[in-house]
Write a protein that binds this ligand. Structure first.
Ligand code: ADP
Ligand code: MG
Length: 624
């Protein structure tokens, strides 16, 4: 007998299972059935692809046996099974970084936390909510020896060789004293119906009841063994839409993707042309917790003629749709399709393209409440799509939403265009935007002043990481040019003549500022874009660095700072006074303050914060 230590995180998890998560204990059965289903899927696939197993007779099934006297419940399958190594690796450690992510996500709200159990691939451990001891007896298909894994849910587990006939797994639970409700066959039937009705393999329940047997005087109470199939065992997606009710779709979704919330929508369709396939896609109401992790679990399962092939292929749909859960069942792919083949398979590429169109169309059709929820959860991913999916860019641009200087909440580009088009005398087809990472800073940016004055709407993009890469790539939408107001001259640039005159008039002063600020700025110039602020900084879009910055970020390196241009407002009292200032010392201090406070207003940091605050103090004390 070999003793093993659970991985530390599992220890933590087990502690949680045994002590805290009590509200919805019945889901342990859902998790065991789901694992049995996976094991049957895997063996089914093996039989179709591996000569060794082709001839073998096999009737896949899941058995649940209740034993009141022994206070135990056993769930077994004749699926792929596990050998010694599998038992240790699969049940004693967590290969995926799932557990830690799971622990991080725990909220303390039992209902939400329970929902997380399934999502993170920590399902097996939910047995410790109801069991004081668990034995997993398993024999891997094609191997001789079977093994038993035993644990009482504390730090250690044992693995010992045992004898077992057929390949597959038995999970035996010695129930806790307070978990005897799960010995009641009505209760168990109800749970299986609720969570696992659409598991495509038959689930049989075996139990004993006391019944009156015999006739007349000879009637006596006897224990009678009963067995019955308790699930529907039909692949739901193969049924015609007309036979399916809303509840069927929702139940199927929650069974397969462990989500207790009703999905926002689903799209069920059958293609019968040159290619034959069925797809069923769901959009979760809440974004799956791992979609922004590199090791996210894909949500789409691939079947060929109802045989499960894989649920581990990340690109059955484009990556930006990684929140979609669903099923693709193809009639045309070969059953022994390999991983490598999947990547560049034409049939799949075809299905993928058609599926994206359907999913995006369904998103556009969501009612207002659901659409808002969709945007709340997935706007970032839609932006990702704008950047990566050129074929569907137009549709994605119809879906994406932005904050705006003109309206509360969010706006679509179409609504922006509509509002701008309604403005009197407006002829320029331009969509203005400003990018940064703080909404408050953006809304108060001096750069907005001229646009406010000219009554022009500016989109406020505060998702800097993404917007900075995605938005410049849009270029144009429906004939409207997207314009970053931090890189262009102010609107109505202003009476050119007047600006030239001002520039000339201010040349000596501007030259002085340039001398003082040196390398800290690329240029200094006069602007009429400001009304309230004395100065602002803009970045030079023509600078080659501007387009290189996101490359640096993608490579995980610090982005180089963009050279800034300092613009001064000749109408401002402070500038007027400074331009005639004789005191060189005050002028120098003020020049730096002009630059640093302009940087602050754009959410940038002054180069030397200590010097900045000292200068402010100096200037203030002079003024007082
Ligand atoms: P998940 O099912 O999300 O992978 P679980 O905690 O439910 O996570 O199960 C952990 C692993 O244990 C599974 O991935 C599988 O490899 C293995 N396993 C569990 N139950 C069975 C079973 N009945 N037959 C074969 N393997 C199993
Ligand atoms: Mg599982």
């Amino acid at each position: 007998m070999a003793k093993h230590q659970f991985q530390t995180e599992i220890g933590q998890l087990l502690h949680l299972m045994t002590h805290s998560l009590y509200s919805n204990r019945e889901i342990f059965l859902r998790e065991l059935i789901s694992n049995a289903n996976d094991a049957l899927d895997k063996f089914n696939y093996l039989r179709l692809t591996d000569e060794k197993f082709k001839e073998q007779e096999w009737s896949p099934k899941i058995n649940i046996k209740l034993d009141k006297e022994d206070r135990s419940i056993a769930v077994s399958d004749n699926g792929i099974g596990m050998n010694e190594e599998d038992l240790i690796n699969n049940l004693g450690t967590i290969a995926k970084s799932g557990t830690r992510a799971f622990l991080e996500q725990l909220t303390g709200d039992a209902k939400k936390d329970n929902n997380l159990i399934g999502q993170f691939g920590v399902g097996f451990y939910s047995v410790f909510m109801v069991a004081e001891r668990v034995d997993v007896i398993s024999k891997k298909a094609g191997e001789e020896t079977a093994y038993k894994f035993s644990s009482d849910g504390t730090g250690e587990f044992d693995v010992t060789p045992v004898v077992k006939d057929e390949h597959g797994t038995v999970v035996y639970l010695k129930l806790k004293e307070d978990a005897t409700e799960f010995l009641d066959h009505w209760r168990v039937k109800e749970i299986v119906k609720k969570y696992s009705d659409h598991i495509p393999y038959p689930i049989f329940l075996h139990y004993e009841v006391e019944e009156n047997v015999g006739e007349g005087d000879k009637v006596e109470m006897k224990k009678v063994k009963k067995s019955e199939q308790v699930n529907e065992a039909k692949a739901l997606w193969t049924l015609p839409k007309s036979e399916l009710k809303k509840e069927d779709y929702v139940e199927f979704y929650s069974t397969l993707w462990h989500d207790s919330e009703e999905p926002l929508t689903w799209i069920h369709s059958k293609a019968e042309g040159t290619l034959e396939y069925t797809t069923l896609f769901y959009i979760p109401r809440t974004a799956p917790a791992d979609i922004f992790r590199a090791d996210f679990q894909p949500g789409v399962k691939l079947y060929v003629k109802r045989v499960f092939i894989t649920d581990d292929e990340k690109e059955l749909l484009p990556l930006y749709l990684r929140f979609v859960r669903g099923i693709i069942d193809s009639e045309d792919l070969p059953l022994n399709v390999s991983r490598e083949m999947l990547q560049e398979n034409r049939i799949l590429a075809n299905i993928k393209q058609a599926s994206v169109k359907k999913i995006l169309a369904a998103i556009k059709k969501l009612d207002e409440e659901k659409f808002d929820r969709f945007v709340d959860q997935y706007n970032k991913l839609i932006k990702e799509g704008i950047y990566t999916d050129h074929l569907n860019r137009e549709t994605l641009l119809e879906i994406v939403r932005y904050k705006s200087s003109k309206v509360e909440g969010l706006t679509s580009l179409d609504d922006y265009i509509k509002r701008a088009g309604e403005r009197e005398g407006e002829t320029k087809q331009e969509i203005y935007y400003l990018i940064g990472d703080d909404e408050h800073v953006l809304r108060n940016s001096p750069l907005l002043e001229a646009y406010k004055k000219a009554d022009l709407e500016v989109l406020i993009m505060d998702d800097k990481e993404i917007d900075e890469i995605v938005t410049p790539s849009i270029g144009e939408y429906k004939g409207w040019k997207l314009v970053d107001i931090a890189t262009v001259d102010a609107p109505e640039a202003e009476n050119k003549e007047e600006l030239e005159k001002l520039n000339e008039e201010y040349t000596p002063f501007v030259e002085k500022l340039k001398n003082i600020l040196g390398d800290a700025v690329k240029d200094v110039r006069v602007t009429t874009r400001l009304t309230e602020s004395p100065s602002c900084v803009v970045s030079d879009s023509s600078d080659p660095m501007a387009s290189m910055r996101h490359l640096f970020r993608q490579m995980g390196q610090e982005e180089p700072e963009l050279p800034l241009i300092l613009e001064i407002n000749p109408e401002h009292e402070m500038i007027k006074k400074l331009s005639t200032m004789k005191d060189e010392k005050v002028l120098e201090e003020s020049a730096w303050v002009l630059l640093d406070s302009a940087k602050l207003a754009e959410g940038l940091e002054p180069k030397d914060k200590v010097a900045f605050s000292r200068r402010i103090a100096d200037l203030l004390s002079r003024a007082l």
